[in-house]
Design a protein around this ligand. Structure first.
Ligand code: PXP
Length: 242
């Protein structure tokens, strides 16, 4: 039987809108609570080095108040490690980060940065945090994740989301094969980036995938139909594909 596919709602862009004016509104914690009521299984937040959306105070409030698991996205830096160890979120997803990028462009080079990543994986794991690596669905990166002994990988679905036609089909095949390879080696595969109601179906249908993390589209759609309906509709689209 195919297991339930969890939905992690990324609330970063509620903070993006709040920060445009500098006050407390709209509140990412309120959005997280509402997303949970609408069926989100977890909340994801990316504390970026430049604090362009989520802030340290948001992470404090989310860890104190959330009733569902928090997945902290973080770069592999000493600063972020110290914050993660102080808060011990349910999960931490290590992502590549470049100041000049608009969003997380491409996956982590787990193979090339093996020696840099190994102590981060070990220290987070020892603190009881479920560590995930945000990687491309590339066998070389999955092999590195296996050697790093992470319990979870998250596949970057950005290329799938933005490509069309045969190129998209090829990318879907890479994600499908990657999920099978990860699962065969005892790693729980997740996926995310650029997912929408229109493109989530084929990804949600991949049987080994256990979780999707979705943010920008859901927050944007909430402008038109409200956050509750936005999250519920995604949940329905995922369940229908399963
Ligand atoms: N997963 C990871 C690791 C991400 O970095 C992001 C984007 O911040 C997402 C999922 C969600 O992507 P989107 O906002 O495009 O849905």
């Amino acid at each position: 039987m195919t297991q339930k596919l969890r939905l992690g709602v990324n609330i970063d862009h509620v903070a993006t809108i709040r920060n445009a004016r500098g006050g407390p509104h709209p509140d990412p914690l309120r959005a997280a609570i509402m997303a949970a009521e609408a069926g989100a299984d977890g909340i994801t937040a990316h504390l970026r080095e430049d604090r362009r959306h989520i802030t340290d105070a948001d992470i404090d409030r989310l860890t104190a108040a959330l009733a569902i698991p928090l997945n902290l996205e973080m770069a592999a830096t000493e600063e972020m490690l110290a914050i993660a160890l102080a808060h011990r979120p349910h999960a931490a997803c290590i992502v590549p980060e470049r100041r000049e990028e608009r969003t997380t462009e491409g996956g982590l080079d787990a193979a090339g940065q093996f020696d840099h990543l190994a102590p981060f994986v070990a220290r987070l794991g020892a603190a009881g945090v479920r560590v995930s690596l945000f990687i491309e669905p590339d066998p070389r990166q999955i092999e590195a994740a296996i050697r790093l002994k992470v319990p979870v990988v998250e596949f970057h679905t950005g290329a799938y989301a933005y490509l069309e036609g045969e190129a998209r089909t090829g990318e879907l095949r890479r994600i499908t094969d990657g999920a099978a390879l990860a699962a065969k080696n005892g790693i729980e595969p997740h996926a995310g980036h650029g997912l929408t109601y229109d493109n989530v179906g084929p990804i949600a249908a991949i049987p080994q995938l256990a979780e999707l993390n979705i943010g920008h589209f859901l927050i944007g759609e909430a402008i038109f139909i409200g956050l509750d309906a936005s999250v519920r509709r995604m949940r329905e689209a995922m369940d229908a594909a399963r």
